[in-house]
Write a protein that binds this ligand. Sequence first.
Ligand code: G3H
Ligand code: 13P
Ligand code: NA
Ligand code: ZN
Length: 328
Amino acid sequence: PLVSMRQLLDHAAEQGYGIPAFNVNNLEQVQAVMSAAHEVGAPVILQASAGARKYAGENFIKHLIQAAIETWPHIPLVMHQDHGQSPDVCQGAIDLGFSSVMMDGSLQADGKTIASYDYNVEVTRKVVDMAHKLGVTVEGELGCLGSLETMKGDKEDGHGTDATMTVEQLLTDPEEAADFVKRTQLDALAIAIGTSHGAYKFTRKPTGDILAIKRIKEINARIPNTHLVMHGSSSVPQDLLAEIRKYGGDMKETYGVPVSEIQEAIKFGVRKINIDTDIRLAMTAAIRKFFVENPGKFDPREYLKPATAAAKSICKQRYVEFGCEGQA
Ligand code: G3H
Ligand code: 13P
Ligand code: NA
Ligand code: ZN
C-alpha cells in the first residue's frame, strides 16, 4: 500500500537500517525496483524528479506508481517528489497523490542560485504547513551538494559556484541544522557532505577529506531525532564502467560513494539514500552489451529485458547492503 515516508523512516530508525530511494522515470525502472524489493522483502521509496515528471508526463508517473501498488499490494511504498524547487511544485505533487515531497530550498526556484538561509526556512516551513495537514511527509535540504574535490568551481549538479564560497560553507553546519529543524518542523533533512549528483563525483577513491562522513556524526549528535538523507549516493561501480567501455561507451575515470561509507553513515542516522546514476549505468551497460552481441535484433522488449534485470540486480544489492531485507 501507499504509506507516508515518515512511517517508513521511523521504522528504519527504530531498527537501525537505511532505505535506498530510487529515481524512476519509466516502466522498466519501476518494475526493476519493485521486483527487487519483492524478492528481498524491502520497503520501497520510488522518487520522481521534475525531469521524470516532464519525461514521462504527470499521468504516466502517477499511474506507473499506482500500477506498482496494485501489482505488489503487500509492499509498503512511498511516492516521493525529488528536489521540489518551489512550494508550488510540491503542491502539484501532493495534488497528484504523492505521499512525500522534498522542498529543496537550498537553491532558489531557478534550481541554480544558492538561496539564503532565511529563504530556505520560509519555503520549507510553508511546505510543511500544507503537507502535514494531509499526512504528507516533507524532506528539506540544507547545504550544497557538490564534490569537495572540485567544489571550488562546482555547486549542486556542477554549475559554477560563487567564488566567494568556501567548501566549509557548502557543507551542512550542525548548529544551523538544529535551528532549521526547529523552525521548519520537517521530517527528514538532506545534508551536504561532499557528494554530488551524477557519475562524476570523485577523481579518486574518496577519503575523509573529500567525503565528510565525520560531518554526519556531528549533525546526528546535534539532531539525533531527525532522519538524515544522503543525496548523490550512487556508488558508480567500476565493473559497470568497465562494461560500458568494453561495449563502446566513453566513460572517464570516476569514483562514487563506497557502499561501506554509506553503511557507516546509516549508523549515524542516515535513513534515506538517493540513488539514480547506478541504475542508469546498469541499464546502459546491459543495453550496450546486447546491441554489440545481437546486431540483428530490434525488438525493444528484447534489449529492455536485460536492462531491467541489471537495474533490478543493483537495487537488490543496495536493499541488502543497507539492511532492508525482511523489513517490509
Ligand atoms: O536529482 C537528481 C536525480 O538524479 C534526478 O535527475 O533531474 O535528471 O531526473 P534528473
Ligand atoms: P546519484 O546521481 O548519485 O544517483 O544521486 C541521485 C540523487 O541524489 C537524486 O536526488
Ligand atoms: Na542543495
Ligand atoms: Zn538529489
